[in-house]
Every structure is written in structure tokens, then in C-alpha cells.
Design a protein around this ligand. Structure first.
Ligand SMILES: [Zn+2]
Length: 417
């Protein structure tokens, strides 16, 4: 039985002051990967106070061993809880799980910020701070929609869940796996990320790499007698740049055609050289290759190693290692979950999310239809003076309420219709 919920700004307004304070306070609790506990406990307490159910627990690596995905490199899970906040349905409807990562990236140079990264400062409509759009603003949108529905007399038929998972910024997928291992699942999933308030039906997979260029140190004045690892790194960087351009024209995906690169190949750190006056005997280039949903991770990992070797030639010595791996996902734009999100949007208007995120985990492991959705923009994420517009947080909360009504009031056997 589908009942129409008439949700507009007036209905959300009662909660506006409280939700803005919740967002500001959330940002003011630093939750850099590895230190998520304070923020998760804060939201869990808030959820309990407003009458939502909370499952807050601590996972260990041993809980995850039975799954076919493994994360060889990550910060230890000890002291990093996961939480699921639940609005129980009135029975019989499709369930939905929101997924929000509780961690944020470090601030970088604080001097580059105009507004303190842990201040949660509001200026007009903008709320500033690390995590404002990635992804505390989107989490507040989801929580706001749940609080509103909990307080209304029109509860959805299916359960609405919000999982707060640690470590997305450190090791994509690991935190969501702790929740899957606990037994939490749903008929549909929305991963909360800054998507400029538009639902996205696909996301990128990716692999992290470390390339170590090898050299042989000698005094700089007789450098022709040695082997310069920094010069080798320069050749490797040029090869990486040319591969990114070349791979943009191969097997593209219409959902990602709006972006300049089909497969962004990003270097995020270079370290080399120990002492002045001598050639470096090693230079380490680290980064990540992001892929299209249909790309096989292992195939592209091998392709990167092979193509680099081919480009730089046998005279450059290097070794390449791969660490983090995460799957992308792709949902057909005519899927019921897409139609519940955007009933009026035509298939051609749908786009993928131009980043890796937690979406591949439930989609790949459990076949859960998944969207990525939230206020804010990737242009502000991971940047100094990160912000989210509070009006966007509110707007998306309203969109979520209507989406929940369409999705969770339909019977569970209509998951794929
Ligand atoms: Zn994020």
C-alpha cells in the first residue's frame, strides 16, 4: 500500500536548527581515519535520543576472514566501531540502507584554511570544515530524513537503516564489510557521498600502486657513473600521464562520458633522495588508477605494469606493487531503485559517480542495487575550506523522504521490478 507523503520545506523546517547544530557539531569532532570512534558514538547517542534503534559494535579482522574480499593493507580495526541506526518499518515493505563513512581525510596544511577545519563554522548558507561534504553533510541528510519519518505518523513499510562505517578514506570497502559480517543487509542501498544532490547509478573501481624507481648513488659531479632514480621517476611520471590520455579512448562507458578521463591515473605522493650532492638510489611514486565499473581490476593492474615497462624501456629499473583494491558498481538506469530516486529522469540523464566509494561492496558481495547520492561536490572534498551548503543538506533530506516513500512502501517482492 503506497501512501503519498507530502514533504516540503515547511515540514522539514521544525528540525532545521537542530540539524544544522548536528552538522556543525559533527564536523567539530575530528574523525580522521583511525579515530572515528568519537563521531560514531556522538551520532549513536543522538539517534537513541530521538527514538531510533542503534547497534554499535566493534569488529575485528578475524570477523572478516570468511568473505571472498581481503584487505591486506589497512589501519587496524581496533578502537574503530561501526554503527547501524534503524528506523523499523511497519512491515512488508522493501528495506533501504544508507551507507556513510565516518572517517575524513587529514586537514593538510591548516594555514591554507580560512575557516578552522574542526570549527564547524557557519557563514550564511555554507558550513565549513573537514568532512563537511565528504561525508558528514550527506550523513546528516539521511539522518534528518529518518528522524522526520520517525516523528511522523506515516512510517514507511520497510526498514530504513543508516550504517556508519570506518575507514573509507584509508581502505575502501573494509568498513562496509564489518557491517555485512554483522548480518546487516537491505533490499536497496544509498552510499552517501557528495554528488551535487543528484543520485548516481554507478561508481568507479580502483587499485592503489607503489612504483619504486631504483638507482645507484654516486657523487653528483660524476653522475654519469651512477644511476639516477629521480630521473627514472621522471620518465615513469611522463608514461603515467600519457597512459591516462590513451586509456580515455578505450572501451568507454556512457555513464562516465561527462568526465575528462575514463580512467584517472593519479600520483598522490613522490619521495626520493636522502642527502644533498648525491644521486638518489630510490624514488617512490604512489598513486591510484580508477576504473570503469566493467573493468576487471586484475587485468588493468597487469596492464599498468606492462604498459609502464614498455614505455620507459629496459634501461629504467623499477618495481611496482599493488595494495588497496576496490570494486566499482553499475545499476541500470531503468532499475526500480533508480526510478524510485528520480521518477522523471530519463535513462540518458543518469551519470556515474566520478570516484571509488563503498558502493561496490554490497553491490558486488550481496547483489544489492545501489545508488550514490548526497549534497555537496567532489570539487570541495579533500580540499582546504571544504564546505557544504546547508540548503543542499536540507533539500537532499527532502528528496530522501520522498525516495524512501516510493521505495520502502512497495512490497519486498518488487525489488527488481
Ligand atoms: Zn567520501
Amino acid at each position: 500500500m503506497v501512501r503519498a507523503l507530502q514533504i516540503g520545506p515547511a515540514q522539514l523546517a521544525d528540525r532545521r536548527v537542530a540539524m544544522r547544530a548536528l552538522l556543525e557539531q559533527s564536523i567539530a569532532i575530528p574523525s580522521v581515519s583511525g579515530m572515528e570512534a568519537g563521531f560514531v558514538e556522538f551520532l549513536a547517542k543522538f539517534a537513541q535520543r530521538v527514538g531510533l534503534e542503534v547497534d554499535l559494535w566493534q569488529s575485528s579482522e578475524a570477523d572478516l576472514g570468511r568473505f571472498p574480499v581481503h584487505y591486506p593493507r589497512h589501519l587496524p580495526l581496533a578502537g574503530r566501531p561501526t554503527a547501524v541506526i534503524r528506523l523499523p518499518g511497519t512491515r512488508g515493505g522493501r528495506s533501504l540502507i544508507f551507507n556513510g563513512h565516518s572517517d575524513v581525510v587529514p586537514t593538510g596544511d591548516v594555514a591554507a584554511w580560512t575557516h578552522h577545519p574542526w570549527g564547524g563554522q557557519s557563514i550564511d548558507d555554507a558550513v565549513f570544515g573537514r568532512g563537511a561534504c565528504d561525508t558528514k553533510g550527506p550523513i546528516v541528510s539521511a539522518l534528518w530524513s529518518m528522524v522526520h519519518l520517525a516523528e511522523s505518523d506515516q512510517r514507511p513499510a520497510g526498514d530504513v537503516l543508516l550504517e556508519l562505517v570506518p575507514g573509507e578514506e584509508d581502505c575502501v570497502g573494509l568498513g562496509t564489510l564489518t557491517s555485512v559480517a554483522r548480518g546487516w543487509k537491505a533490499d536497496g542501498c544509498v552510499v552517501l557521498e557528495p554528488t551535487e544532490s543528484l543520485p548516481r547509478c554507478a561508481s568507479r573501481g580502483g587499485v592503489r600502486f607503489t612504483i619504486t624507481a631504483l638507482g645507484r648513488s654516486v657523487h653528483g659531479t660524476v653522475k654519469w657513473l651512477g644511476e639516477d632514480a629521480i630521473n627514472s621517476a621522471r620518465l615513469l611520471l611522463a608514461a603515467i600521464e600519457s597512459l591516462q590520455a590513451e586509456w580515455t579512448t578505450v572501451d568507454s562507458d556512457p555513464l562516465f562520458e561527462a568526465y575528462p578521463f575514463a580512467r584517472p591515473l593519479t600520483v598522490d605522493s613522490i619521495r626520493g633522495g636522502d642527502w644533498q650532492g648525491m644521486l638518489a638510489d630510490r624514488c617512490v611514486i604512489a598513486g591510484y588508477l580508477e576504473l570503469l565499473p566493467a573493468d576487471d581490476l586484475k587485468t588493468w593492474q597487469d596492464e599498468l605494469a606492462f604498459a609502464l615497462r614498455e614505455r620507459v624501456g629496459g634501461g629504467v629499473r623499477f618495481v611496482i606493487d599493488f595494495s588497496e583494491q576496490y570494486a566499482g558498481h553499475r545499476l541500470q538506469p531503468d532499475h526500480a531503485l533508480c526510478r524510485a530516486a528520480q521518477p522523471d529522469q530519463r535513462g540518458s540523464a543518469w551519470q556515474g559517480f566520478n570516484s571509488g566509494c563503498e558502493a561496490g561492496l554490497r553491490a558486488g558481495l550481496l547483489g544489492t542495487p545501489t545508488l550514490v547520492w548526497g549534497p555537496g561536490s567532489l570539487a570541495q572534498a579533500h580540499a582546504a575550506d571544504e564546505f557544504v551548503l546547508f540548503s543542499d543538506v536540507e533539500d537532499v533530506a527532502g528528496q530522501f523522504i520522498q525516495f524512501i516513500e516510493r521505495w520502502c512502501n512497495a512490497p519486498t517482492d518488487q525489488t527488481h521490478l
